[in-house]
Design a protein around this ligand. Structure first.
Ligand SMILES: C[S@@+](CC[C@H](N)C(=O)[O-])C[C@H]1O[C@@H](n2cnc3c(N)ncnc32)[C@H](O)[C@@H]1O
Length: 236
């Protein structure tokens, strides 16, 4: 599958990429980490593949807002795994826009490694450093960055799409910054696909053009340290 390198492609191709990985690896037992109130897979996608899906989140209230059509499991992916966690049982573990909120990404990836069956695949879709809007988000006090985001995107409020504090630990589109850390945990293969540009800045006209020019330049140069999103894929 050919995936574009712009941020829109990252969003658009996420579903075919996740389903493609599930299908091509023959995964049956699947865990979504941080699925919250909007779990990613749809009922027909789960049923037609005969998947055993578990949706995780660290916030019980978020999980309660999710449909009751699959198993739910409330725990911190970067904490100590629950006593009843079935180690080595999942074929595919994925997350969308979750790992940037995790303070200790090494611990989170290590838990994923332990939860995966041998040969199983972990997948994280993350916003990445040193993309300027995410660098701004990381450097700015939460109250201020939440206020700015609400100005840019009025949907970003607690009742609709809440904003969670972000740390961006190991959220990098440059494989050199990620692969050695995942290899230390034990992952055999790591692939990082970068995406360039973000939908942020649209309300600030001058900044919008500067940001677009910056994104086009870093994409043309394939300067992955300044990419904005990545698919991080690791096989146990
Ligand atoms: C930005 S939301 C994304 C929700 C969903 N994945 C989506 O794409 O719509 C981040 C989610 O990750 C959850 N989360 C944050 N830290 C977590 C952790 N350490 N373990 C599990 N879930 C976590 C939050 O509670 C929240 O539901």
């Amino acid at each position: 599958m050919n995936i574009g390198r712009d941020a829109e492609s990252g969003w658009r191709d996420l579903r075919p990429t996740i389903l493609g990985l599930i299908d091509s690896t023959g995964a049956r037992n699947v865990l979504e980490v941080g699925g919250g109130r909007f779990p990613f897979l749809q009922l027909d996608e789960i049923r037609e593949r005969g998947l055993e899906l578990t949706v995780n989140d660290v916030v019980e209230a978020e999980l309660k807002l999710a449909p009751d059509t699959f198993a739910k499991s409330c725990f911190d992916i970067a904490g100590n795994l629950p006593d009843d966690a079935e180690l080595g049982s999942f074929d595919f573990i994925f997350s969308r826009m979750v790992f940037e909120h995790v303070k200790d990404a090494r611990k989170a990836w290590s838990n994923i490694y332990h939860l995966l069956a041998p040969g199983g695949v972990g997948f994280a879709y993350v916003p990445t450093l040193w993309s300027p809007p995410f660098l701004f988000n990381r450097m700015t006090p939460e109250v201020l960055s939440a206020w700015v985001l609400k100005k840019i995107d009025p949907d970003r409020r607690a009742e609709r799409v809440p904003k969670f504090p972000a740390y961006y630990d190991l959220c990098r589109a440059n494989a050199k910054a990620v692969a050695p850390k995942l290899a230390e945990i034990g992952f055999r293969e790591v692939v990082v696909t970068p995406f360039f540009g973000t939908p942020y800045f649209p309300v600030v006209p001058v900044l919008k053009h500067v940001a677009r020019a910056f994104d086009r330049t870093v994409e043309a140069l394939d300067a992955r340290n300044f990419a904005s999103y990545a698919y991080i894929i690791a096989r146990k």
